[in-house]
Write a protein that binds this ligand. Sequence first.
Ligand SMILES: [Fe+2]
Ligand SMILES: [Fe+2]
Length: 269
Amino acid sequence: MKVLFIGDVVGRKARIFAQEKIVELRDQLNLDAVIVNVENAAGGFGVTPSICDDFFSCGADVLTTGNHIWDKKEIISYISKSDRLLRPLNMIKGTPGLGMTIIRVNSGIIGVANVMTNLFMTKTDPVFDKIPEIINYLKLNDNINFSLVDVHGEASSEKMAIANLLDGNVSAVVGTHTHVPTADHQILEKGTAYITDVGMSGDYNSIIGMNKNDALERFIHPNSKKTRLEVSSGEPTLSGVVIETNIDGLSKSINPLRLGGKLEQVFSK
Ligand SMILES: [Fe+2]
Ligand SMILES: [Fe+2]
């Protein structure tokens, strides 16, 4: 299978660009599935039901999130009924929504999980305790053709450790949350594709997607009243990875994809 994963979409401009590109790339790259992290899609903070619906109608199959999932309260009732919008699996028991899902797409069955790491992140249950459950649920077999885990977190060490525990069991482990793409995309020893962070889809003339002056004000004058962060309004870069798997569901390639905006353009067919 050939699957596009798009990293944290930040704000309206990036969202519209990402949706246009999903339509185009599905066709151009002959994609079997598209997975998008939408935790910052609504003005940088959270996601709304109508934004999710827009992504699904453009051709996204599963949406993942992270620490910003609850920023827009209206998402609570929507996620409670959805098997395609995920929140981190290791949120406290009783949290609405799913952290893992298995769905059918045109060319087969895909499984997706979303977890949040523990270092420098808002509090969740220990992520390493969830690994056996993820392996059990997403392990590649006749019933799952492709599986991906979105590891949402700050610390690269934790993301690498999780990836190595999952190596050989899932098709891909992709990192999100830092909003900066890393250059370590690779196939791990036992066949799982990996990247520490896919990077955000947003304006890179910014501080992690937000207006530079607002963000600087926060750092320099942490007690000032003007601390509202606005999404940076420059041209967005769509930042993703394209993962291609063999018949056994393990990966043969992972290629970064960066289109538009300020970053160097990266695209391989
Ligand atoms: Fe994010
Ligand atoms: Fe995040």
